[in-house]
Ligand binder design. Structure first.
Ligand code: GDP
Length: 159
């Protein structure tokens, strides 16, 4: 009975902490174009220099089905099949990043979807090739940051 009580209390504390922390984390992927071009180190350095702490990190190669599931929200868009093919074409580096106001600050750091429109000094301006092969992903809301982080990482992978 005591063990059950302690377990429940632990779950409650963990849930509360995770609730309080939401808003302070975002999810990113270094996409196959940037990984293949050897830009992973420079991109991670830029992320760290801008005050983000790496909470989880993983090198993966998405299957077609994984990329379809990750980008399901874009299923009806004309670029969907090309995007899925590109995202499953080679390794990616996935990470959870921690910083106050993480989602918005990271979106600013990566710049516009189309690198031609991205501000000077942003990651996409510096490292992206095109609107599709645009070097990095960054979550667009706290809710999606949680969903996308859970897509790649278990609780045991987060530090
Ligand atoms: P993001 O939040 O800036 O990554 O942009 P979106 O969520 O709108 O789109 C997801 C990804 O789809 C982008 O990062 C690009 O890789 C790709 N993408 C978006 N718009 C276009 C487009 O108009 N053409 C092509 N080929 N790819 C696109």
């Amino acid at each position: 009975m005591l063990v059950l009580f302690l377990n429940l209390k632990l779950i409650f504390v963990a849930t509360t902490i995770s609730h309080i922390m939401s808003g302070n984390t975002t999810f990113t992927m270094i996409k196959p174009d940037a990984f293949e071009a050897g830009k992973t180190g420079m991109i991670l350095q830029k992320i760290i220099e801008n005050g983000f702490r790496i909470k989880a990190l993983r090198l993966s190669h998405l299957h077609k089905e994984d990329a379809e599931a990750f980008y399901a929200v874009h299923k009806e868009r004309p670029f969907f099949n090309g995007l899925v093919k590109f995202m499953s074409s080679g390794p990616i580096v996935a990470a959870i990043l921690e910083k106050e106001n993480a989602v918005d600050d990271f979106r600013k750091l990566i710049g516009s979807t189309n690198p031609a429109e991205a501000a000077e000094g942003t990651i996409r301006k510096l490292f992206a090739e095109s609107i599709e092969r645009n070097a990095v992903h960054g979550s667009d809301s706290d809710e999606n940051a949680q969903i996308e982080s859970n897509f790649f990482f278990s609780q045991f992978d987060r530090h």
